[in-house]
Design a binder for this molecule. Structure first.
Ligand code: SAM
Length: 282
């Protein structure tokens, strides 16, 4: 197999196939040779595991996953990449490529069919235009996966992994922390990609929780409260919830009092337990 991290090998490969990068599909391919082995190792690609990869590009990470895991399923939306992938990673008999949009495909069925008897991990260098939708889609479906290890834009990594009570925290941080234990693994500079993006990146790992960290009477209500609480960053909890849930302010204040949360508090000051207490007070 040719060196898929070498820019001149990549340019030659792409020009032979008449391929041009699509900005709209977030196509920034990794060319730093040390990054993919690290994602594969730290993402849990190992014997006994099936790995789901999202967005294969020319297969530079795919190859590292196939070398380590029992089976790899890759979802790639751009069919122009299929003949290129046939050339670069076609030799791996433990690889299945699905040409589909990861947000539309039936992941539950794919995992059940392809990874029976295996533990499952997700590893990817994500297309940045849909980072949060992909992560939330993986988490909300409660797929039988152990971890999600993905490259994302640095600011997105900070937001996703932000601790409740910190300045960067938002609705996505709370949701991610409800389903998983997130952490930043390492940073990757913009020069590690072809073409080079305008931002630096980070690899993060989300370890999926086996049990929720708080007990909820109604999960949907919890997420309505979280989204509502962060809907207008500068406003108090009481104002945010009153307008987002279309409830009179007096009712919201009584609810917050039952939950033991000050009505003048702001969403970024609350713990996961306090969000749960508000949702359970309904
Ligand atoms: N894994 C490769 C690498 O590290 O060099 C490519 C990563 S590139 C940042 C993102 C990849 O995701 C591209 O190959 C792009 O075509 C693909 N992609 C974009 N949107 C997608 C979607 N909705 N479903 C599946 N793949 C998608």
């Amino acid at each position: 197999m040719e060196n898929l991290s070498n820019p001149s090998v990549i340019k030659d490969l792409l020009s032979r196939h008449g391929f041009s990068f699509s900005k709209a599909l977030g196509q920034n391919f990794l060319i730093n040779p040390s990054v993919c082995p690290r994602i594969a190792e730290m993402g849990g690609a190992q014997p006994g595991y099936g790995v789901l990869e999202i967005g294969l590009g020319i297969g530079v990470l795919t190859a590292e996953l196939c070398k380590r895991a029992d089976k790899v399923v890759g979802i790639e939306i751009d069919r122009r990449l299929l003949p290129i992938l046939e050339e670069t990673v076609g030799e791996f008999s433990n690889l299945k490529i699905v040409n589909a949009d990861v947000l539309k495909v039936d992941l539950k069925r794919i995992l059940a069919e392809e990874f029976a008897g295996l533990e499952t991990a997700v590893c990817a260098n994500l297309p940045y235009y849909i980072t949060s939708p992909i992560i939330m889609n993986l988490l909300e479906q409660k797929l039988p996966i152990r971890s999600i290890t993905v490259m994302v834009q640095k600011e997105a990594a900070q937001r996703i992994c932000a601790l409740p009570g910190s300045r960067e925290v938002g609705a996505v941080s709370i949701a991610v922390r409800y389903y998983s234990q997130p952490r930043v693994l390492f940073s990757v500079s913009r020069g590690s990609f072809l073409p080079s993006p305008d931002v630096d990146s980070c690899v993060i790992r989300l370890d999926i929780r086996r049990e929720p960290p708080v007990s909820l009477a109604d999960e949907k209500q919890f997420f309505r409260v979280v989204r509502g609480a962060f809907s207008q960053r500068r406003k108090t909890l009481s104002n945010c919830l009153s307008s987002s849930l279309s409830l009179p302010k007096a009712e919201v204040n009584a609810l917050l009092e039952r939950a033991g949360v000050p009505s003048a508090a702001r969403a970024e000051q609350l713990s996961l337990q306090q969000f749960a207490d508000i949702a359970n007070a309904f």
